[in-house]
Design a protein around this ligand. Sequence first.
Ligand code: SF4
Ligand code: SF4
Ligand code: FES
Length: 333
Amino acid sequence: MNPQMAPSRKGESEPRRASARPAVELAIDGRTVSVPEGTTILGACRGIGIEIPTLCYLETLRPVNVCRLCMVEVDGSRVLVPSCSRPVEAGMKVHTGTERVRHTRKLVLELLASSVDLSTTPGIDALLQEYGCRPERFGPRAAAADAGVRDGAVAGHHEPPDPRTAATVAQPVKVDNDLYVRDYGKCILCYKCVEACGPDHQNTFAIAVAGRGFEARISTEMAVTLPDSACVYCGNCIAVCPTGALMVRSEFDMRAAGTWDEARQTKTDTICPYCGVGCTLTLHVQDGQIVKASSPLANDITRGNLCIKGRFGWRFVQPRERDGRAREGDACA
Ligand code: SF4
Ligand code: SF4
Ligand code: FES
C-alpha cells in the first residue's frame, strides 16, 4: 500500500495531512485554484468539479500512468501530461478540454474499444459517445485466439498483422477455480491488479505483466493455472479491475445464466465475522441471496481489501438446496 496516499471524501488521491502543506496556486481552464502542495492535477480538477476520465487510476493505488486517458495540456509542456500522477506546480496553466486533449482521449478509447471487450466496463459507453468514438473504423475485429496462444507468445516473435481486421485480445475465459474467473479478452492492461497483488496491497506477487507490445498480458508465473500459482485468493485484484476482466465466480455464473441484475441488488455494510481485524464487508444481495462481497475503498482499515474468507467465505449463509455450489464454497471458509 502506498503510505502517502489516502482516499478523501471526494475519492481523490491527496497526501495525508494535506492541509498542513503550503498552498500552490495554478490556473485550470482559466480559473485560479489554490490547492495543497503535492495535490495531483486530477485532484485539483475534481476539487472544482471538473471531471477527467480515468481507467488505470484508483485512489488506493500508486499511479502507473498507463492508460493515458486522463491527459491534459499544460502550458510550456511539449507533450500532454497525465493528470492522475502529475503534482501541481505554482503558476501552472492547465487545459482539460482542448481539441488536442479530446483527440488523444478519443484515440485511446477507440483503440481500446476496437481491441478489447468493454461490455462490462462501467461508464464506457457514455465516454465513447462523449468523445465521438468510431472504433469500427479500424475494421472488423479479428477472430479470438485459441486458448493459451496469447499466454505462449514469445517476445520478439511476431506474426505480421492482418491489415483487413482490427487486432484484438479476444481469447477464451480462464475458469480454473471456484472463486473467480479471468477473462483477459476484457483486459485493458491497466496494471491495477498487478499493483494490488504486489507492492500496493497484498505483496503476494502472483501476477505480473508478461510479453511485449500488443502481446503484453497479465500472467501468473509461467502462465500456470491459478490453483498452481502463488495466488492466495484474496480477490483484491478483482476489487480494482475496471473492466470486469476479473470477476467473482458467482457474478460470472449469474451473468452467463442471465440472472445478474444490479438494479435489483442492495448493498449492506457489516463487519466480517472471521477474525478480530473486523474488516468492513459490503454484502451485495439479490433476491434474498448474497451474490458478492466487497469492501469500501474509503475505509482506513481495509482500503477495499479483504482476505479469502471475507471475499468468498459467505456461501455458508445461503440455503444449500438453492445454491448448488455452496458446498464447494464451504471448503474455503
Ligand atoms: S486473488 Fe489476491 S493473490 Fe490472487 S492474483 Fe488476485 S490479488 Fe493476487
Ligand atoms: S485484469 Fe483488470 S485490473 Fe488487471 S490489467 Fe486487466 S483490466 Fe487491469
Ligand atoms: S488514469 Fe492517468 S494515465 Fe490512466
